[in-house]
Design a protein around this ligand. Structure first.
Ligand code: PLP
Ligand code: COI
Length: 341
């Protein structure tokens, strides 16, 4: 296996073309048996619904190289289930869980040389996606669909490792109250590009969205869920809303906080004018892992949490436990790890 010439310790979050990707097509009511291909280009009808009407969804999960050389996937069944929910919302044929996990396995094994080494802090990011394709012009569901999984080696999405980042509250909405916010569909991310760019222009890592109905409660970050720790250090609170993406990392952290750190956990309201109730906050997701939040700009006010530059004890403990499970250094709850090798 020739090793790619990559700076494994400083990968960031960028597209690096890898060797093989999985592709399966849906025609006449069924998925075909799927295949790996070296071709990273997609040749589809100009009338494809994915191009005009946003009929597409995607997922994000990682493969981790462990100290003993084995390879872990973290909760791929949860990504499969979420993609099935996204498909239902956009009238697309779901990919069965077994097929989804098998596609991920094949892609990881075919691109093993791109898995960042244990200890580098990196992982192989898998991007499953499903698009409506085929000749069409009216606003209707596509005649054919294409499911693919590709991968790219990544490091940190925000700052390096466990480093606090600052965020700004956006005046835009990411999703409507009964819209597609809970589905992992491209339209939500298209809507987040301008707010995200405006945040970055002001030197923030990304923006935080408030609930679209009242603009009083935190919903989530552009590409991650939000969590906070109460001042007494005993309770983890995370927003509950029908318009946020159901983060697999977030639900994993709720379990870890309750079962391993002895915290109370709550899904409820996090008021943007009530941040003084919390000593620590973080953004969590597959790409973000846990990014501690140093401060949040809201209008004229900049709210600082534990410290703008240092990591609070609970965020650190959550990060250590989560990444310990993912890289195989700490015991995983039943069913959380699928060994690829
Ligand atoms: N929220 C949004 C908008 C995201 O894009 C992501 C990334 O997947 C998350 C939350 C975190 O979800 P997960 O932990 O399943 O990666
Ligand atoms: C992820 O964490 O997997 C995401 O999807 C975030 C982003 C890159 C869209």
């Amino acid at each position: 296996m020739t090793q790619p010439n990559l700076d494994w310790h400083n990968l960031g979050f960028q597209y690096i073309k890898t060797d093989q990707r999985y592709v399966s097509s849906w025609r006449d009511g069924a998925w075909d048996s799927g295949t790996l291909t070296e071709d990273h280009l997609v040749h589809i009808s100009e009338g494809s619904t994915a191009l005009h009407y946003g009929q597409q969804c995607f997922e994000g999960l990682k493969a981790y190289r462990c100290q003993d050389g084995s390879i872990n996937l973290f909760r791929p069944d949860q990504n499969a289930a979420r993609m099935q929910r996204s498909c239902a919302r956009l009238l697309m044929p779901p990919v069965p869980t077994e097929m989804f996990i098998e596609a991920c396995r094949q892609v990881v094994l075919a691109n093993e040389r791109f898995i960042p080494p244990y200890g580098s802090g990196g992982a192989l990011y898998l991007r499953p996606y499903l698009i409506g394709v085929g000749d069409n012009i009216g606003v209707r569901t596509a005649p054919e669909f294409r499911f693919s999984v590709f991968c790219t080696p990544v490091g940190s999405y925000f700052k390096g490792g466990l480093t606090p980042a600052n965020f700004i509250v956006s005046s835009y909405d990411r999703a409507a109250p009964n819209g597609t916010g809970a589905a992992k569909v491209g339209g939500n991310y298209a809507a987040s590009l301008l707010p995200g760019q405006e945040a970055k222009n002001q030197h923030f890592a990304d923006c935080i969205y408030l609930d679209p109905a009242t603009h009083t409660k935190i919903e989530e970050v552009g590409a991650a869920n939000f969590l906070a720790i109460t001042r007494d250090g005993r309770r983890l609170v995370t927003p509950k809303s029908p318009s946020i993406l159901e983060s697999i990392t977030k639900f994993s952290l709720l379990d870890i906080a309750r079962d391993r750190l002895g915290l109370e956990v709550e899904q409820g309201d996090v008021l943007i004018d009530g941040l003084d109730a919390y000593s620590e906050a973080g953004a969590c997701g597959t790409a973000a892992v846990i990014t501690p939040i140093g401060g949040i700009q809201h209008g004229e006010k900049f709210h600082v949490f534990y410290s703008e530059t240092e990591v609070g004890p609970v965020m650190r403990a959550l990060y250590d436990e989560l990444t310990g499970i993912q890289y195989g250094d700490r015991p995983a709850p039943a069913g959380w790890i699928v060994k690829v090798k």
